[in-house]
Design a protein around this ligand. Structure first.
Ligand SMILES: [Zn+2]
Length: 300
């Protein structure tokens, strides 16, 4: 099944110059516990309730200017969560959220404004790839009703489980009227570079943006490999890790399935062995802008 045929390029196999630019967009920043970001022996409920140490995290997402149109990787945080007490409908969810994240009220970081400030027209966004369904990655989907929303079928299946909100998958902000969700299936690839992954999904049909299953943070989390001639390859990994260096050192965070995270880390490190200049870019890494500027030749 081709979920989004109009994004497919006719010049299959030509990845040389299909991508024009990659931009880091920001929903602002928040704070999380040190144990959450850097890992701990404590179970999640314990550090959420007991930890007193907070560290800052940026909330980023990405815009990719491709010759077929504008693509997003994630859509950031809806600023309403920072000032609207009803954004999370369950009282337990509101109680726990305050123990996991500290948000400072923001009103200026809605996706339509952020995209416009970056020099693009939000109504021209063709497709948003969603790395996983956590609220800080789907917060802008109501601003781009025309866009196809690609998510892995394994991630989408979480919505059918009882109480997905307990894992921060907020159905009220995902199953919104008019949203054009397309759950995708990864397909076999003959590319020897990608053989260790359980399938691939080629977003534009030209090899320039390839989705790879990297489960562990959530069951259906995915990453996107961006390739263009003259650039270092870029791997956007969502929340697979909070800092690229932690993945390279095999340090898992305080949340997610640690064994599955380590399996995905090994695959990403295997990819980096084959592509030594691969730049790994997590969504909540302060180095994202600098690393993408280096990869795309804007910084030397
Ligand atoms: Zn997440």
């Amino acid at each position: 099944m081709d979920p989004n045929p109009d994004t497919r390029d006719q010049n299959v196999g030509d990845i040389r110059l299909a991508i024009k630019s990659v931009h880091v967009l920001s929903s602002g920043s928040a704070e999380q516990h040190k144990e959450h970001r850097y890992g701990t022996w404590m179970p999640r409920t314990m550090w959420a309730l007991l930890s007193r140490s907070w560290v800052k995290l940026p909330i980023n997402y990405f815009l990719i200017e491709h010759r077929n149109g504008i693509f997003l990787f994630d859509t950031g945080l809806d600023p309403k969560i920072t000032f609207d007490p009803t954004y999370i409908s369950s009282p337990i969810g509101r109680f726990l959220l305050r123990r996991i994240f500290r948000f400072h009220p923001m009103r200026e970081s809605r996706l339509d404004k952020v995209v416009t400030d970056a020099g693009f027209n939000p109504s021209e966004i063709k497709t948003a790839v969603i790395s996983h369904l956590h609220f800080d990655h789907v917060g802008g989907i109501d601003q781009i009703p025309q866009a196809g929303l690609l998510v892995s079928d394994r991630e989408w299946a979480q919505l059918s489980l009882p109480h997905p909100e307990r894992e921060w998958v907020l159905r009220d902000h995902i199953e919104i009227p008019g949203a054009q969700w397309h759950p995708i299936q990864f397909q076999h690839s003959d590319d020897p570079l990608l053989h260790m992954f359980d399938g691939v999904f080629d977003v534009a049909g030209d090899g320039s943006m390839v989705l790879l299953p990297t489960p562990g943070h959530t069951p259906g989390s995915l990453s996107m490999l961006i390739r263009r001639e003259g650039w270092s390859p870029i791997l956007l990994v969502g929340d697979l890790t909070y800092e690229a260096g932690l993945l390279e050192k095999n340090i898992t965070p305080g949340t997610g399935d640690a064994a599955e995270l380590r399996r995905s880390y090994a695959k990403v490190r295997g990819l980096k062995e084959q592509l030594p200049d691969l730049v790994i870019v997590p969504s909540h890494d302060f180095a994202a802008s600098k690393d993408i500027a280096h990869a795309t030749g804007l910084l030397h």
